[in-house]
Design a protein. Structure first.
Length: 453
């Protein structure tokens, strides 16, 4: 064989190999992969990890939607560290932050440390804490199981599961307001008690995995920003942050955490604000719903949403002018008797940004979806869901995705019917939307890109 022929064959072989490698790479990108840079032991984010979930058929529409999502810069990426998180434990049913007393036991032998003293305790040997406990004069008291599998059970703390048990360290500190209790444990272990408390374990696996990625991202964002609870913890265990250990761990939710280990959501290399909530009103991320007429038409005709069969998808409630006067008095003593109410401004998503209350003493505006929901409490105004059931005494309005309908008698305004949809703040991922997307065959990555991309 001549040198020229040999050289030509080598060139052809190299070209063929490059073509094959490029085809594999392109196929990988189309399935949500990208090149991964390894950064060991730094806790830094590494670029987009691969997904082994099945993707939808590669129609032109599906590929186009994927390209649009990728262009937005939201990625499912890997975080290589498993830092400890410190969680403040609230009182019974999350009613408060500070405890009057505590009783706890450990399933294994454990130590109790305070000041320069470390005491040894046997398994199932209880310890008690009260406000005048001499242990607490030395500052923080730390309880640590002597075996990794050890868990502390709080016999006088109420959660949905009953008396809750906690892995990791328990820290108790006396404050002027009462006893502050914190649980310190690795992030991935923490998530195993967040996911079943935030999403029913019977939901489809891809939805549970999406929830795990959101919860992990949210927790790491809290650690990254350095924000602390009033007691100095990274988070607390209530809806103020993420609900933790309200329900027991479950095999399916444990698997969702395991299969997404280290996966987080980032944009431009930074952790996103991975907020989530219960149910949407059928939010269409491609539409601007800030105009009142557009929003009302959307709420009346949107029957293609994933959550259209959910009870909270549509709801209504009624407020008389007398009830509005009572509620307005808690916000502004100068409002007087309420004679009207109107939506002043909506965000592009359709959620009300500013609500104006018109009273005999003048008008005032309520800013922000949370403040609006908090003002319009429903103790005396039960909410009727689209399945005909009612939800009395919610404490606050289900969402700020609603419009007003005047109710008159003999031409005289008597009050307003609020016609709304969804449950929660409406930012980030809808948990029931994730459920229905997964039931329709969408993967964890599809769900996350839909809501955050």
């Amino acid at each position: 064989m001549s040198q020229n022929t040999h050289r030509q064959l080598m060139i052809l072989g190299t070209c063929a190999l490059c073509f094959v490698l490029f085809s594999i790479y392109r196929r990988g990108v189309e399935n949500g992969w990208s090149v991964m840079q390894r950064v060991y032991g730094t806790g830094k984010l590494v670029t987009d990890i691969g997904s082994d979930e099945e993707t939808e058929p590669e129609t032109a529409k599906a590929v186009g939607q994927a390209e649009e999502r990728q262009a937005a810069g939201v990625q499912v990426t890997a975080y290589e560290e498993n830092p400890d998180v410190r969680v403040q434990l609230c009182t019974d049913d999350y009613a408060g932050k500070y405890h009057e007393k505590l009783t706890l036991v450990c399933s294994t032998a454990y130590t109790v440390s305070y000041g320069d003293v470390t005491e040894e305790h046997k398994a199932s040997e209880p310890v008690w804490f009260t406000l005048d406990d001499p242990w607490l004069e030395h500052g923080t008291v730390t309880l640590v199981p002597k075996k990794k599998k050890g868990v502390f059970t709080f016999s006088d703390l109420k959660r949905a599961q009953g008396a809750p048990s906690y892995t990791g360290k328990i820290l108790v500190e006396r404050k002027e307001e009462g006893l502050l209790v914190m649980n310190e444990l690795p992030l991935e272990t923490y998530l195993c008690s967040v996911v079943p408390s935030e999403m029913p374990s019977g939901y489809p696996m891809e939805a549970l995995k999406a929830q795990a990625v959101c919860a992990r991202t949210y927790a790491l964002k809290q650690l990254q920003t350095g924000r602390r609870t009033e007691g100095g913890a990274d988070l607390d265990d209530s809806v103020s942050y993420q609900v933790y250990n309200n329900f027991k761990r479950d095999e399916r939710t444990d698997l969702a955490v395991k299969e997404t280990k280290g996966k987080v959501l980032t944009q431009d290399g930074e952790l996103v604000d991975a907020l989530y909530y219960s149910t949407s009103c059928g939010i269409d991320l491609s539409r601007n719903l800030s105009e009142e007429a557009v929003f009302c038409a959307f709420m009346s005709g949107n029957d293609e949403a994933y959550e259209k069969e959910e009870p909270w998808y549509r709801w209504s409630t009624y407020f008389s002018l007398e009830e509005l006067t009572r509620l307005a008095g808690t916000e502004s003593q100068e409002a007087g008797e309420v004679s009207g109410m109107r939506v002043s401004e909506r965000e592009n998503s359709g959620v009300i940004k500013t609500l104006e209350i018109i009273g005999s003493g003048g008008s005032f505006e309520v800013e922000g979806e949370y403040e609006i929901r908090k003002l319009l409490q429903t103790q005396n105004a039960p909410v009727t869901l689209q399945d005909g059931s009612t939800a009395p005494n919610l404490g606050m309005l289900p969402s700020a995705f609603f419009y007003l309908t005047e109710e008159k008698e003999g031409g005289v305004l008597k009050g307003y019917t609020l016609k709304g949809g969804g449950y929660g703040h409406g930012k980030g991922m809808s948990q029931n939307g994730a459920k229905h997307m997964a039931e329709a065959g969408r993967s964890c990555v599809d769900i996350l890109r839909y809501y955050y991309g």
